[in-house]
Structure formats: structure tokens, C-alpha cells
Design a protein around this ligand. Structure first.
Ligand SMILES: [Zn+2]
Ligand SMILES: [Zn+2]
Length: 253
């Protein structure tokens, strides 16, 4: 059995090698040829802003200087998120927009393994504490248009790296979220929370567990707030959040 897998592994690597010769791997963000699949060219690499401590202990917003363990940003002090901690691998901005759009709308699913590694690194303590991982779901109409949920792909890849169980359909999105820009924060939160539900067959897996939600981008956190609220109402002990990218300006309150 082990030999079979080994042989298959060798065949797979040979096939990957042959494909690399036919279609040389391209930078995840531009069309420059790079040495291996899932890499960035030096120019694009230099433009990606990786996030590291010190950050807000709640939402993960980077701080310009260390203000001590457990410090919260002004936004989290005023209105704590229902999730306990959020961490993100990179800043959402000019250097990362094409990476994220490529994952969302293009066919750059070859980026998933790389992004998952970055996220596992940024979320090491969150992963260590997590009982299970769950992606933020897409509404089926969007799933149909995009063919895949990028958050699910990331969650499955992070599950493989960390060895933590992933429940890809833990949450359901049963209505499309309308544009929320015109709503106040409280109303926005209520609207978003109503859009999500726990899949009944997984209800038993939530009670007393610490759940790590996975998504591609954190902006205002409204979607993640909605998911966290639903999970806490279903009995989760706590909810943390790990995203590939986040906006680095404080969200308007
Ligand atoms: Zn590039
Ligand atoms: Zn914060």
C-alpha cells in the first residue's frame, strides 16, 4: 500500500515536472515566469505587506508600536466583535489586490497552498487553540458563478497543514446579503447574522468547541461578526477568525 502511494507520488511529481516544462509556473500576481508553482516574482514579493505583531488583540489591526499584551484598538474598545481574536497574513492594498482578486474571480487556485502557508504562520496560536476550522460560506448563486468558494479552499489547505478538522459546510448562507453600506453598524450586524445558519447535521459539533473561521479578506468584519454570532448562539465556546488579508485602516464606526 505504502509502495503504491510512493509510486503514485513519484508519478505525480514527474507529471508536475512535465507540466512545469510545458507551462512554466507564473508569478501569483503577474505574468512573470517563476521557478516554482505558487511563488511570487521578486518585484511582486516586495510589494506584499506581511502583517506581524504588535496588533490589536481583538481584530488584529496592526499597531505602529507595541502598546502591551492584550491591547485593543479604538474600534474594538468601543464595540467588541463577537469573535475573540482575528489575525490576517497580509495587508489588503495595492500590493495584494491582484493576488486576492485572482483567487476570488480568476483561476489562480494554484495560489491556495501558498496563501494557506502564510495564514497558518500568521494564525499559529489561533490554530493551536482551535477544535475545528470552518470557512465563511458563499451563497449558492455566487458559488455557481465562481464555481468554488475560495474560503473553503483555504480552510481545507490550512486543515492539511495543521492537522485540524475542517467542516466545510458547517455554516450556510441562506440569503444574499444586500449592500450594507447605507446601514449603521448595529443594523448591519443584525442583517448579516440573519443571513447565516448552522447546518443542522453539524449542530452537535459546535457545542463547547473553539471554532476558527476562515475567510479571504476582513474589511469591516460584519460578515465574520454574523458568522461568529450564529456559532456562539449554537453553543460554541469561542470563535476566532483567520483571513488571508485585511484592510489596515480602522473600520468606520
Ligand atoms: Zn509578479
Ligand atoms: Zn481591534
Amino acid at each position: 500500500m505504502a509502495t503504491m502511494t510512493g509510486q503514485r507520488g513519484i508519478a505525480r511529481r514527474a507529471l508536475d515536472g512535465a507540466l512545469d516544462l510545458l507551462i512554466p509556473p507564473l508569478c501569483l500576481a503577474c505574468d512573470t515566469v517563476v521557478s516554482e508553482t505558487g511563488a511570487l516574482c521578486p518585484r511582486c514579493w516586495a510589494k506584499v505587506a506581511f502583517l506581524s505583531p504588535p496588533t490589536c488583540d481583538g481584530c488584529g489591526l496592526p499597531f505602529p508600536f507595541d502598546v502591551g499584551e492584550g491591547a485593543l484598538c479604538a474600534g474594538c474598545q468601543r464595540r467588541p466583535h463577537p469573535f475573540a481574536r482575528a489575525r490576517s497574513a497580509i495587508a489588503y492594498g495595492d500590493g495584494s489586490r491582484s493576488l486576492i482578486l485572482g483567487l476570488k474571480h480568476g483561476d489562480r487556485t494554484d495560489a491556495v497552498a501558498t496563501f494557506a502557508r502564510w495564514m497558518a504562520q500568521a494564525g499559529t496560536p489561533l490554530l493551536a487553540a482551535a477544535d475545528l476550522l470552518a470557512p465563511v460560506p458563499l451563497h449558492w448563486t455566487r458559488l455557481f458563478l465562481r464555481r468554488y468558494n475560495q474560503a473553503s479552499l483555504l480552510a481545507l489547505a490550512i486543515g492539511r497543514i495543521s492537522g485540524k478538522p475542517v467542516v466545510a459546510d458547517l455554516l450556510r448562507r441562506h440569503r444574499r446579503t444586500r449592500k450594507l453600506g447605507h446601514l449603521g453598524p448595529a443594523e448591519r450586524r443584525r442583517t448579516v447574522a440573519k443571513a447565516f445558519a448552522v447546518a443542522p447535521r453539524h449542530a452537535g459539533r459546535i457545542v463547547g468547541r473553539r471554532i476558527l473561521l476562515i475567510d479571504d479578506v476582513l474589511t469591516t468584519g460584519a460578515t465574520l461578526d454574523g458568522c461568529a454570532q450564529v456559532l456562539l448562539a449554537a453553543g460554541a465556546a469561542a470563535v476566532d477568525v483567520l483571513t488571508l488579508a485585511r484592510t489596515v485602516r480602522p473600520a468606520p464606526m
